[in-house]
Design a binder for this molecule. Structure first.
Ligand code: AMP
Length: 274
């Protein structure tokens, strides 16, 4: 197997990519699983050069969130990258990516501060800031994002539009475990019992999809999901348009059901594009 090149230094990373014309980029926070892998595989199919970045970005974590205990599994991340045939891993440090008193990026006033952005105020400022920095360093032709983080994906598509970024944003389907639970680096925090409970999240989304197919009302679908998740600590169940606008009724092919649920101390998000 070919060894992947690893760059901590920004100038060396840029030099490696200088003159390349077909670059696929997959930004992550590491602790890679099959969800990340499917992004990398898609990038591998569609580009000459594939770059993976691994950076646990401090500016997108709020006070009291799991920044310091976020899982870090570099050795196995490198193995996965090599299996997929990634060309380079960009591993910046916060010291070389950030400056003191630097200018910021502010998420859109409405879409950036509802749902996840309402519970995690400022989270998307940090996400958009780091993604913009990474885009400017890597200069990718295509960048791959999971539909698992639906609001993040939509805001990155908006950033591309608003700032006229010359990159194609490629959405990738959610990868789930055999019990239906969406793969997430945070699933490892779940106890066996919590994992059992977490199954009701994808189960409720599945029922909701069937109800939407049968033309049930938005209110009825929300109630049904709420009912099925009543033993969990639900933060929100929202059904909105794919541009994150409010809707009164489901617009088939243009709606998303978004959930955030706490299972024990672990906060899980999931969604369904309907
Ligand atoms: P993270 O490292 O968790 O920030 O995720 C990096 C990228 O992988 C993001 O674009 C996520 O949306 C994507 N991702 C995470 N989990 C999944 C999953 N289960 N299926 C598809 N994509 C995922």
């Amino acid at each position: 197997m070919r060894r992947v090149e690893i760059f901590e230094n920004i100038d060396k990373m840029k030099k490696f990519l200088n003159g390349e014309s077909s670059i696929g980029f997959v930004p992550t926070m590491g602790a890679l699983h099959r969800g990340h892998r499917s992004l990398l595989e898609r990038a591998r199919e569609e580009n000459r050069i594939v770059v993976l970045s691994i950076f646990v970005n401090p500016t997108q974590f709020l006070e009291g969130e799991d920044f310091s205990k976020y899982p870090r599994t570099l050795e196995s991340d490198i193995e996965i990258a090599e299996e997929v045939g990634v060309d380079a891993i960009f591993l910046p440090t916060a010291e070389n990516l950030y400056f003191s008193d630097e200018l910021g990026v502010i998420a859109p006033k409405v879409r950036g501060f509802i749902l996840e952005g309402e519970r995690r105020v400022g989270h998307f400022n940090g996400v958009l800031q780091v993604v913009l920095k990474l885009f400017n360093i890597i200069n990718p032709d295509r960048a791959y994002f999971g539909k698992k983080d639906a609001q993040q994906l939509i805001l990155i598509q908006q950033m591309k539009r608003d700032l006229f970024l010359d990159v194609q944003i490629v959405p990738v389907e959610i990868v789930r475990d055999s019990d239906g639970v969406a793969l997430s680096s945070r699933n490892r925090y779940l106890s066996e019992g919590e994992r059992e409970s977490a199954r009701t999240i994808p189960e409720s989304l599945k029922i909701a999809e069937e109800m939407a197919e049968n033309g049930e009302s938005l209110a009825k679908i929300r109630d049904e999901i709420g009912d099925r998740l009543k033993n969990l600590d639900v933060e929100y169940i929202e059904i909105i348009r794919r541009d994150l606008g409010k809707i009164e009724e489901i617009e088939r092919g243009n709606s998303i059901i978004l959930l955030a649920v706490k299972v024990g101390n672990t906060r899980l998000i999931d969604n369904s594009w309907i």
